[in-house]
Ligand binder design. Structure first.
Ligand SMILES: [Zn+2]
Length: 141
């Protein structure tokens, strides 16, 4: 068994999780091990496993919103040549994806806004609908 320290980019908490070294990378199951640090935003989540579920949910919500943008609003998608010569879809470099969480503990909500591009009302509505069932509530501004 191996453990790794994980600090999400969505808050100041640190979690230690473990995985079975016998399993291949794509089959690995990450198992909660311990809370190493609780940030101010999550200081009220006393139960370690619940705390882990919430900070994981926040991080996944933010990442899924970022991933949904190019699917929902294809005009923001650009192709970029990778070091190995293949191309990958990336968010247009002129677009700035801004996000922040408001609220505390299990009630944190993600707020997203964009700079460098103006979304139409229809695009905001489409993106809002696409991210409506994620772990955390999302507001697109
Ligand atoms: Zn936290």
């Amino acid at each position: 068994m191996h453990t790794t320290l994980w600090s999400p980019d969505t808050c100041g908490c640190s979690i230690r999780y473990s995985w079975d070294t016998e399993t291949s990378e794509d089959e690995r199951v990450h198992t909660f091990h311990s809370v190493e640090q609780r940030c101010d935003a999550h200081s009220g989540l006393a139960n370690d496993k619940i705390h882990y579920q919430h900070i994981l949910g926040e991080n996944q919500t933010k990442n899924k919103v970022h991933g949904a943008i190019m699917d929902v609003i294809p005009r923001l998608k650009k192709q970029q040549v990778q070091p190995d010569g293949t191309t990958a879809d990336v968010l247009d470099p002129v677009v700035q994806f801004n996000w922040s969480f408001k609220g505390k503990d299990h009630r944190r909500e993600l707020h997203v806004s964009f700079a460098g591009v103006t979304l139409s009302k229809a695009e905001v509505n489409k993106l809002t609908a696409a991210v409506a069932n994620l772990d955390k509530p999302v507001t697109i501004h």
